[in-house]
Design a protein. Structure first.
Length: 75
């Protein structure tokens, strides 16, 4: 049946062993999964940087554990 369709539309069917096709699909799925992981990691790092920037703005640039500078009374 597929051969008849291929002849009708002037195409060529490529016949390959099933194991080769499965291995290729698995490799493509693994590559796609790796890309998704890298994108998720980049989003987490971006969010972390945004939170750190907001924290620095709220604390006046002090690091964690540093005390706020004491104001001297104008006298």
């Amino acid at each position: 049946m597929l051969d008849l369709l291929a002849m009708r539309y002037d195409t060529v069917l490529e016949r390959r062993p099933v194991d080769d096709v499965r291995a290729e699909l698995k490799a493509m799925e693994e590559a796609a999964e790796q890309v998704r992981k890298e994108e998720a990691k980049a989003r987490r790092e971006q969010k972390k940087a945004e939170v750190a920037q907001k924290f620095r703005r709220l604390t006046g640039g002090r690091r964690e554990g540093e005390a706020a500078p004491e104001e001297t009374p104008a006298g």
